[in-house]
Design a protein around this ligand. Structure first.
Ligand code: GLY
Length: 277
């Protein structure tokens, strides 16, 4: 799960990792976490100039007595662990998007964009979009040949967010949760609304009660829909879950969230069901 999300962290001009859109002060800040089947977990947040936050999160898990390091301390730890400090510069796409945003400097952070299929016609106004419509958080849940579960989650967070803002992705229980005896879940979308319902942990608890992964995800999406009222039209949240038998499921608020499934015999992109069709 570490190597899996590193692929996306590596991409330039992507919505995850150092190529992503900055905060409203022009800095890219990254959040990531990782968890195994035995409740071992590590997390970094508000991390700058480090290419692979998920790997730093893994080091936090393996090498410190803590679960979470943030900001300058997280960066200091990363450098001490041998991670390279990258130049403080925006990718070409992010620079363009930031310059455009600066023309108004209106504090209206862009919500996460999960709509791949529905380009230009989804719940999100095309004017909010610069570049590709794509995930801006990558979460991965997996099961190995011994039936052991694991998960990871990494993001640059919401584009043009307030400096210091954290979403759900680095928070164990919100952006990611793994219980080796039950299942694992990761979240993507508007972090504030995932945190409010302890999203990934709540999905795992639904699976503990006997719901299959898709229905468990749906139950927590329904909770968010109820809390948000009419505002739900303006946000996207999606959960992706796997249970201890290797059954996978997902559910989103809006259409357009798809996830990649890889098994020994399959490799495919699946469109998740959603509350709004
Ligand atoms: N889900 C990513 C974020 O809200 O930061």
């Amino acid at each position: 799960v570490e190597r899996g999300v590193m692929v996306t962290e590596d991409e330039i001009n992507c919505c995850v990792g150092l190529g992503a859109n900055p905060d409203r002060d022009g800095f890219v800040t990254l959040d990531a976490c990782i968890m195994d089947h035995q409740f071992n977990c590590g997390s970094v947040a508000f991390l700058e100039r480090i290419k692979h936050p998920v790997s730093v999160a893994r080091r936090v898990m393996e090498k410190t007595p803590h679960v979470m390091l943030v900001g300058e301390g997280a960066q200091q730890f990363a450098v001490a662990e041998g991670f390279k400090l990258e130049p403080q510069e925006l990718s070409p796409d992010a620079k363009k998007a930031y310059e455009k945003w600066l023309q108004n400097s209106k504090y209206e952070p862009q919500i996460n964009r999960e709509n791949v299929e529905n380009k230009g016609h989804g719940p999100f106004a095309p004017s909010q979009i610069d570049g590709e419509w794509n995930h801006d958080t990558i979460g991965m849940v997996a099961i190995d040949s011994h039936g052991q579960l694991g998960g990871s989650c990494t993001t640059s967070g919401m584009g043009f967010k307030m400096r210091g803002r954290l979403g759900d992705s680095p928070i164990i229980g919100a952006g990611l949760y793994v219980d080796g005896e039950v299942g694992a879940c990761t979240a993507t979308g508007q972090g504030e609304d995932v945190i409010r319902v302890a999203g990934s942990h709540s999905v795992v608890e639904m699976m503990r009660q006997g719901y299959g992964p898709e229905l468990a995800c749906r139950k927590i999406i329904e909770r968010i829909v109820k809390i948000k009222g009419d505002d739900v039209k303006k946000i996207q949240v999606a959960f992706l879950a796997i249970n201890k038998n290797g059954v996978v499921g997902a559910y989103a608020i809006h259409k357009g969230f798809s996830y990649a499934l890889k098994t020994n015999t399959t490799e495919k992109l699946i469109a998740a069901k959603s509350w709004f069709s």
